[in-house]
Design a protein around this ligand. Structure first.
Ligand SMILES: [Zn+2]
Length: 325
């Protein structure tokens, strides 16, 4: 009976053989853990649509960072919840607001922790849009000035990396210029370059209380149907001075991650977003999926697609498994 000489099953026979030839390896080194912070003390309020994720205050964020250090997770990304929202999102650049206070608290205690900050207006504006309004539309260039102010206030508080997520045209250049003019040339920019107008952000909007009060974000975030446009967006951000680029969400956009990684030799981050997290959590609660295995399979797929770093709410759970292995 004829049979091919090569039988791939030979190297799948035992766990040690599989381990030896494994092509994609996850490590806590590549995880960035998101933290939602508000002003106050001792706050640890669960977010119902994201089991295991909490609203924190600066002091409890520091406790969280302690655990991240133990788990060898190098970085956090901060999202802020303001005390007061207004038309112009003024609290976003207030020097003593939640994010700025948390940066100082984290850096004070863990100077080596990489502190990344989300730079946007949607959590801070009364209308919930990512910029300054002109009638019913977000005014691009008026928004740039405010974004630069926010990034600068994060840099002044000690952030290592600022991450603009608004999708305004020219924001990376505007932020780079503001940082450089004020002596923060060492602060890096991780651009949310290809941020799609996705329904997978649902639970995050609960968490950050940032749902738009009218309309949607289709006039500035990307159409999920477009791939070439993502490459143009990445190209623009790199030309404007981005140090890292991001694709968001991750799971429904693995092809975009792959194309960006193949086209540009820049570090690529992927955001394993709230909806991707909550789907797995919800199915696991019902006993419909094996949470651990689906989590590890998902993160492996995102890394295999080409992401160098993964922003994920699973960071701690995955790091525990990797550490125990
Ligand atoms: Zn936004």
């Amino acid at each position: 009976m004829w049979f091919p000489d090569y039988r791939p099953r030979r190297l799948r026979r035992t766990e040690n053989l599989r381990r030896m030839i494994r092509e994609t390896r996850l490590s806590p080194d590549m995880f960035i853990y998101p933290l939602f912070v508000r002003k106050g003390k001792g706050i640890r309020n669960p977010i119902p649509s994201m089991p295991g994720v909490f609203h924190l205050s600066p002091d409890t964020a520091v406790q969280e960072a302690e655990e991240l250090q133990r788990l060898q997770i190098p970085a956090v990304i901060l999202f802020g919840l303001p005390e007061v929202k207004d038309e112009k999102g003024s609290e976003a650049h207030a020097p003593d607001a939640a994010v700025q206070s948390t940066i100082r608290a984290l850096k004070d205690r863990f100077p080596q922790l990489v502190v990344i900050t989300d730079v946007c207006l949607c959590e801070y504006t009364s209308h919930g849009h990512c910029g300054i309004l002109d009638g019913q539309e977000v005014h691009n260039d008026a928004t740039l000035e405010v974004l630069a102010r926010i990034a600068l206030s994060h840099a002044e508080a000690g952030a290592d990396v600022v991450a603009p997520s608004d999708m305004m045209d020219g924001r990376v250049g505007a932020i780079r210029q503001a940082l450089d003019e004020n002596g923060f040339d060492r602060v890096a920019i991780m651009a949310y370059s290809a941020k799609y107008c996705s329904s997978f952000y649902g639970p995050f909007r609960d968490a950050a209380d940032s749902a738009p009060q009218f309309g949607d974000r289709r006039a500035y975030q990307m159409d999920p149907a477009n791939a070439l446009e993502a490459l143009r967006e990445v190209n623009l951000d790199i030309e404007e001075g981005a140090d890292m680029v991001m694709v968001k969400p991750a799971l429904a956009y693995l092809d975009i991650i792959r194309r960006v990684k193949e086209e540009y030799d820049y570090p690529v981050a992927a955001y394993n977003v709230s909806g991707e997290y909550s789907m797995i959590k919800a199915a696991a609660i019902h006993g419909w999926l094996d949470e651990e295995r689906v989590m590890m399979e998902t993160l492996t797929a995102i890394h295999r697609a080409g992401a160098d770093c993964i922003i994920t709410y699973f960071a701690k759970d995955a790091a525990r498994i990797l550490g125990a292995a």
